[in-house]
Design a protein around this ligand. Structure first.
Ligand SMILES: [Zn+2]
Length: 449
């Protein structure tokens, strides 16, 4: 009788003879309940023999097999390994292997799964698997040209991809991880896709590099999300993401300003909820910086638009005789473009000043720096334009004069000669009035809530 194993309902897969009274062959027969029984020992010996026989024949198709534990460490197999729908009652160890691919779709592994330092050429497919223990695919030179796919998988322990090089995606859509997800210093050429995933512990992407997108929409993370010093090339989506602890994006580099804005805003909101005001201020700064970068993008696009329409106008005026009406229309477009360009540059310059001189009201040191620079610059100006009534001739005296002018607007006016120096003193006094307001605003925001 032939083994009755079906890969899918109605799809016979196995050509082996059935074993003893079982309807299945040796590899497809499930173990008896009692692990101490003789039948259990006998079956397990037969299974080992059968497994070695298959390996000797370079047959790595283990679809649907039931085994106690497996250890393929240090093997170099040019083929793929297929354990689709298999049940492994213990650990599955593949340390230091070099294999074509690892297909475990729908499999069950009760123990741990280790691909420590493994090289898997075409990807790791763990979709819909149920893993009782931890999953490791980590440490240099662990790498794959394909993806690591855990869509719909359930993992009892931790998943670690730390230091691995993954040329495809990290795909954890709708996966459930009982422990934490460790992706420290991982390199992912495509996306990190954790849509609707549930992670009871934390996720660690410290020092990771993700060239593509980071998708955490609708994910539930029990503890914290760490992205310290990570680099993210694509967009970040955090729509409806639930994070129990903190979201750490400190020193994270974003290649897209949009991604920076979204990530920092989320992290800021979480910090505010947790009452960590200092970090919330830092994230606020990053969010505003992202907005400034975005407005630079807008500005450069409108500059390009303006150049294009100027070129077109030049061509038309120089070479093509147009009716007057069309020319008027063209001129109107040009004026519109010019208007957009001017308003966008004004906005950009304002944010630039607010960022570098005032640090968006959260960097106190920026404001102090601005004070010092303005005092020194005006002090030097007064020194080399000896026109104040008091005949100052040293930098200290002029610096002091500059200092009093800025902190007490009106002080300088009483002691100066006509009118170019008067104007410069007035400018400094105006600066001073403005800086006072900023100083008070920052002070109130930081310490008086
Ligand atoms: Zn079979």
């Amino acid at each position: 009788m032939i083994c009755k194993y079906e890969r899918l309902p109605g799809q016979r897969w196995c050509a082996e003879e059935a074993w003893g009274t079982s309807a299945y062959c040796v590899l497809h027969t499930d173990f008896p309940e009692d692990t101490a029984s003789e039948a259990f020992q006998a079956l397990s010996q037969l299974k080992t023999a059968k497994l070695n026989e298959r390996i000797a024949k370079n047959n790595y198709d283990f679809t649907g097999v039931v085994l106690r534990e497996i250890d393929f460490s240090d093997r170099k197999i040019s083929y793929g390994l297929c354990f689709e729908g298999a049940v492994i009652k213990g650990d599955a160890i593949f340390n230091d292997v070099e294999i074509g691919d690892a297909r475990f779709y729908n499999a069950q592994i009760l123990g741990n799964t280790h691909f420590y330092k493994a090289k898997v050429r075409r990807g790791i497919d763990f979709r819909n698997t149920k893993l009782g223990g931890n999953f490791l695919f980590e440490s240099i030179p662990a790498e794959t040209d394909g993806s690591v796919n855990f869509e719909g998988a359930e993992v009892g322990g931790d998943v670690s991809l730390s230091f691995a090089k993954i040329k495809g995606d990290i795909w954890f859509k709708s996966a459930v991880i009982g422990g934490s997800l460790f992706c420290t210093a991982v390199k992912v050429v495509h996306d990190a896709f954790l849509y609707n995933a549930t992670i009871k512990g934390s996720i660690f992407f410290n020092a990771a590099t993700i060239w593509g997108e980071l998708v955490l929409s609708e994910a539930k993370i029990g503890a914290s999300a760490w992205f310290e010093r990570a680099q993210i090339g694509g967009d970040v989506s955090l729509y409806m993401t639930k994070i129990g602890g903190e979201a750490n994006f400190k020193k994270t580099k974003f290649w897209q300003p949009d991604a920076q804005e979204i990530a920092c805003r989320t992290a800021k909101q979480i910090c505010e909820r947790l009452g960590d005001r200092a970090s919330a201020d830092d994230y606020y700064y990053c969010e505003m910086e992202a907005k400034r970068k975005k407005s630079l993008k807008l500005l450069s696009s409108s500059a390009r638009g303006l150049t294009r329409s100027l070129q077109a106008d030049y061509l038309h005026v120089a070479y093509i005789k147009e009716p007057w009406r069309r020319r008027k229309k063209r001129a109107r477009f040009l004026i519109e473009d010019l208007g957009t360009f001017i308003s966008r540059s004004a906005r950009y310059l304002t944010t630039l000043v607010v960022e570098y001189c005032f640090g968006y009201g959260v960097r106190f040191s920026r404001l102090v720096g601005t004070y010092i620079i303005v005092i020194v610059v005006f002090g030097l100006y007064y020194l080399y334009n000896q026109q104040t009534a008091l005949s100052f001739n040293s930098l200290e005296n002029n610096g002091l004069f500059s200092f009093f002018t800025i902190i007490a607007p009106g002080y300088g006016i009483s002691s100066i000669k006509p009118w170019i120096p008067e104007a410069s003193v007035a400018v400094e006094a105006a600066f001073g009035a403005f800086l006072w307001a900023a100083l008070i605003a920052i002070f109130v925001k930081k310490y008086m809530r």
